[in-house]
Design a binder for this molecule. Structure first.
Ligand SMILES: NC(=O)c1ccc[n+]([C@@H]2O[C@H](COP(=O)([O-])OP(=O)(O)OC[C@H]3O[C@@H](n4cnc5c(N)ncnc54)[C@H](O)[C@@H]3O)[C@@H](O)[C@H]2O)c1
Length: 466
C-alpha cells in the first residue's frame, strides 16, 4: 500500500520503517530540517534499536520529505504521528495534530483514511473528521481512524511488530478494511472498536502503568521505614499472574514523553467532564515527590552540597533511549547546580540535548570512572547496562567519598556488601561499609569508609526525609 507518515519522531519513524518492513511504500513528512537531513542521509535522528538498520534495508520503499503534498497526493493511508505535549494547564496540546491534519486536508487528491497514531484526548478523532469535512475541497473523502501506539522506547521496533495487540477505532467498515490491510502481516489480535473507545484504551493503559509505578514506589518508601526489601516484595507480588511483574520496579519515578503528560491529560479530561479521577491524581503526586528522592537522600550525607563534586550516572528517563523528556535526572541536576555542587555526568546516549538544557554548567564524561573520579557523592538515575555491570568496588577506588545513592536499584545487596561503599538504594536497607554506633541511645552512627579522608556522620533518623 502507499502510505504517508506525518512526523518522524519516536513513533512516526518506527511506524514508517516497520510498515516498510511489511512491504508497504512509505513517504515520511518531517518539518524539522535537521532531522530531515539526517533521515535523507540514511541516519536515524532517534537512538532506537534496529531503526537505522531498517532504514537501510528498506531504503527503496522509504522516502523522506518536508512536502506534505508529495506524501499525500496518492496515499491510501496517512498516519499522523506528531507530538502531543502537555499544555501549561496539563491538557494535551493538540496544535501539531490539527496543523498536520490541515496540511493533509490541503494536499490529498483521492479518497484516503487518516489514521491518528498520536495519543489524543477522547473525542479528538471526531473533531478531526469535522475538520476534514469542512476543509477537503476536491470532492475526496478523508475518513478518520484511531490507531493508538503502545510501543516502548528502547524496544520500539519489536513492540510495533510483535506487540500484544493492535487497537483500531473506526467509524466505517471501509476504514476497518483499510487498516486491516495495513496490518495484514501482524499476527497478534486486532481489537476493532469505535474511535472514542480506542482513544480511551490508550489513556487507560498508560495511566494504569503509571499508577502501578507510583504504587510500588510508595510501597518502597514504606519498606525503607519498616526495614523490608522492595525488590523481594515486587518479586513476590509479580509472580501472581493477577498482578504481573512488569512496571513493579521501584525507583525514582516515571518520566519520558508519555506517562507524565498522559496522566495529566486524563486528570484534566476527567475534571472537564466534572469528574475527579482520584487514583490518577494520587499517581501524579507520588511521582512528583519520588523524582526528588535522590536529592533529598543526598542531605542524609551532606547538609550543604556547595562545592561538592557529585557524579550523576545516567540522565535519560530510561535506558536504551536518548530521550530526556521529563527525565527525573533533570530536576535533580538543576537542584544540585542550584545548591552549588559541581556536577559530572555520564550517559552513553550522548549529551547534545543535555548541553542545550544546561549550557556550560556540567562536566560531560566519556566513561563512568571519569565521572566518579574524586566525587564525594554519586547518584544513579538510569539503569543503563553499563552501570549495572560496573563493579561496586570501583566506586571506592575512584571516589573521594564513596557514597552511592542508587535511584534504580542497579546492584544486589550481596554484590555491594564488601565493596567498601555507602550504598543507599530505593526501598531496601542501606548498606554501610563499617558501622560503629556512637552510643546505644544515639541516633547518630559513625561511619568510617576505607577511602574517606575523614569520618562521615550519618543520621539514622529518617524523619527529615520525604
Ligand atoms: N514516544 C513514545 O514512546 C510514544 C509511545 C506511544 C505513543 N506516543 C505518542 O505518539 C505521539 C508522537 O510521539 P513521539 O515521541 O514520536 O513525538 P516526537 O516529538 O518524537 O516526534 C514528533 C515529530 O513530528 C514532527 N512534526 C511535528 N509537526 C509536524 C508537521 N506538521 N509535519 C511534519 N512533521 C511534524 C516533529 O518535528 C517531530 O520530529 C505523541 O502523541 C505521543 O504521546 C509516543
Amino acid at each position: 500500500m502507499k502510505i504517508a507518515v506525518v512526523g518522524t519522531g519516536y513513533v512516526g519513524l518506527v511506524t514508517a520503517v516497520c510498515l516498510a518492513h511489511w512491504g508497504h511504500t512509505v513517504t515520511c513528512v518531517e518539518s524539522n530540517s535537521q532531522k530531515l537531513s539526517l533521515l535523507k542521509s540514511g541516519q536515524s535522528p532517534i537512538f532506537e534499536k534496529d531503526v537505522e538498520k531498517f532504514m537501510w534495508l528498506y531504503a527503496d520503499r522509504l522516502v523522506y520529505t518536508d512536502s506534505c503534498r508529495e506524501a499525500c497526493v496518492d496515499a491510501q493511508v496517512v498516519f499522523i504521528c506528531v507530538g502531543t505535549p502537555e499544555r501549561e494547564d496539563g491538557y494535551a496540546n493538540l496544535k501539531h495534530v490539527f496543523k498536520a491534519a490541515e496540511q493533509v486536508a490541503d494536499n490529498v487528491s483521492s479518497d484516503c483514511v487518516c489514521v491518528v497514531k498520536s495519543t489524543v484526548p477522547i473525542g479528538t478523532n471526531r473533531k478531526l473528521e469535522r475538520l476534514f469535512s469542512s476543509k477537503v475541497r476536491n470532492g475526496c473523502t478523508v475518513e478518520v481512524a484511531s490507531n493508538p501506539e503502545f510501543l516502548s522506547q528502547g524496544t520500539a521496533v519489536y513492540d510495533f511488530l510483535f506487540g500484544p495487540r493492535v487497537v483500531i477505532g473506526v467509524a466505517s467498515t471501509r476504514s476497518e478494511e483499510v487498516l486491516k490491510n495495513v496490518y495484514a502481516n501482524y499476527t497478534g489480535p486486532i481489537i476493532v472498536t469505535d474511535r472514542q473507545t480506542a482513544e480511551m484504551i490508550k489513556y487507560a493503559s498508560n495511566n494504569f502503568l503509571a499508577l502501578k509505578i507510583s504504587y510500588i514506589n510508595e510501597i518502597a518508601n514504606l519498606c525503607e521505614r519498616v526495614g523490608a526489601d522492595v525488590e523481594t516484595v515486587s518479586l513476590g507480588m509479580g509472580m501472581d499472574s493477577r498482578i504481573g511483574k512488569q512496571f513493579l520496579r521501584a525507583g525514582i519515578g516515571y518520566g519520558g514523553s508519555c506517562f507524565p503528560k498522559d496522566t495529566k491529560a486524563l486528570h484534566w479530561l476527567a475534571k472537564y467532564h466534572d469528574y475527579e479521577i482520584k487514583t490518577v491524581k494520587a499517581a501524579i503526586e507520588v511521582n512528583e515527590n519520588q523524582k526528588m528522592l535522590l536529592f533529598k537522600k543526598a542531605h542524609r550525607y551532606y547538609q550543604n552540597l556547595e562545592g561538592l563534586t557529585v557524579a550523576v550516572l545516567g540522565v535519560t528517563f530510561k535506558p536504551d533511549t536518548d530521550d530526556l523528556r521529563d527525565a527525573p535526572s533533570l530536576q535533580n541536576i538543576a537542584l544540585l547546580l542550584e545548591a552549588g555542587a559541581h556536577v559530572r555526568v555520564w550517559d552513553p546516549s550522548g549529551y547534545d540535548s543535555l548541553k542545550i538544557l544546561f549550557p556550560h554548567s556540567l562536566d560531560c564524561c566519556d566513561t563512568i570512572p571519569e565521572a566518579i573520579s574524586n566525587a564525594e557523592l554519586c547518584m544513579i538515575m538510569t539503569e543503563w547496562k553499563q552501570i549495572r555491570e560496573f563493579a561496586p568496588a570501583e566506586y571506592a577506588k575512584h571516589m573521594k567519598a564513596p557514597v552511592v545513592i542508587d535511584g534504580r536499584n542497579c546492584y544486589s545487596p550481596e554484590s555491594v556488601k564488601n565493596a567498601g561503599i555507602v550504598y543507599d538504594s530505593i526501598g531496601r536497607p542501606r548498606i554501610l561499609p563499617i558501622v560503629e554506633p556512637a552510643s546505644a541511645e544515639s541516633t547518630q552512627t559513625t561511619l568510617v569508609c576505607r577511602s574517606f579522608p575523614a569520618v562521615l556522620s550519618v543520621s539514622t533518623d529518617h524523619s527529615h526525609l520525604y
